[in-house]
Design a protein around this ligand. Structure first.
Ligand SMILES: *[C@@H]1O[C@H](CO)[C@@H](O)[C@H](O)[C@H]1NC(C)=O
Ligand SMILES: *[C@@H]1O[C@H](CO)[C@@H](O)[C@H](O)[C@H]1NC(C)=O
Length: 298
């Protein structure tokens, strides 16, 4: 009983300490070296738009040359029924890379505003042990399920071939949503000694409040979603439909500053939710970038 009480007290204290830490965070600009550290991942996300026959042997031209030391292991998808993807090892970043292709901007925006979708619990056979209150967009979850086991085995093979202990999942647009789901999925299936990181560009909202909280507590600090200027995709599906972003936003402002936005869906005008209050204020042309000079697409 005493033990129970003291652990409850400890939990409460930890909560207070955390709340204080959150309060102290401010919106800060990334330094130029922090911004350039994302460039290899931006190129990796862009490369996911290239045909799998060219990512399999890293012959896709300038996108591939931007990460010239990359060692591809597997690739797939047909760009229609299943988005392109690839898996391999980056010696210079010392991480396994998983990348997912995005999709056509205006079609995607229409899909995410027509509300012809719903939130559903994650499939327990793919996401064992995750509470059923954790819900994601049904279309994203279905698309993720198509490639999940194949990608997991390619990741495991690459981790052991290189004795690596880091996996970075990247993607743009729909690819960013799939990357976040892959981040959750890989976190559940890889040993705790392996760091799982997600870097998404123009990521839409993927799940509900419990999903965002699950991501924050299990992948916290390892999720970055980078939003360019007035891109409307990151503000859909709307919060009024029950969707919430996990923490980790970086917003590129009109002046080209990369602002670190603490918390989930930070409403400051320096961050995407405050800057683009509805999709009519958005500019679909901002979705593809440029993200520090890099525009998405093969
Ligand atoms: C946005 O960031 C500011 C500065 O750190 C913080 O005070 C505020 O609570 C955040 N807002 C949300 C909604 O997270
Ligand atoms: C890569 O694969 C494609 C398709 O199989 C082939 O046409 C091309 O010659 C290969 N390129 C290299 C550099 O191996």
């Amino acid at each position: 009983m005493v033990l129970l009480r003291s652990s409850a007290f400890a939990l409460m204290l930890a909560g207070l300490v955390q709340a204080a830490a959150v309060k102290r965070q401010t919106i800060t600009a990334l330094s130029s070296s922090q911004i350039s550290s994302y460039a290899p991942f931006t190129h990796f996300a862009s490369t996911a738009y290239c045909n799998p026959s060219t990512t399999r042997n890293w012959s896709c031209g300038s996108n591939c040359q931007a990460n010239s030391d990359f060692q591809p292991v597997a690739s797939g998808g047909d760009g229609g029924g299943t988005q392109f993807w690839y898996v391999g090892f980056s010696p210079s970043q010392n991480t396994v890379i998983v990348a997912h292709q995005g999709t056509d901007t205006s079609e995607f925006l229409a899909d995410l505003t027509d509300a012809n979708f719903f939130l559903e619990s994650l499939d327990p056979s793919l996401f064992p042990g995750v509470p059923s209150s954790v819900e994601a967009h049904n279309g994203f979850a279905d698309e993720h399920a198509k490639t999940a086991p194949t990608i997991l085995s390619a990741v495991q093979q690459t981790l052991s071939a290189h004795g690596a202990s880091s996996v970075t999942v990247v993607g743009h647009s729909l690819g960013a949503a799939l990357s976040l789901l892959d981040g959750v999925y890989l976190r559940l299936h890889l040993s705790t000694g392996v760091t799982v990181r997600v870097v998404g560009y123009g990521m839409p909202r993927v799940g509900n409040q419990d999903f965002a909280n699950w991501v924050d507590s299990h992948l916290g600090g390892h999720v970055t979603h980078i939003n360019n200027r007035e891109d409307p995709i990151p503000i859909v599906p709307g919060r009024f439909l029950g969707f919430h972003h996990a923490s980790g936003e970086v917003h590129i402002t009109d002046s080209g500053v990369w602002e670190n936005c603490p918390g989930q869906d930070n409403t400051s005008t320096l961050c995407i939710v405050g800057d683009v209050s509805n999709i009519f204020e958005g500019s679909t042309g901002d979705h593809g970038g440029p993200y520090a000079g890099i525009t998405m697409g093969c």
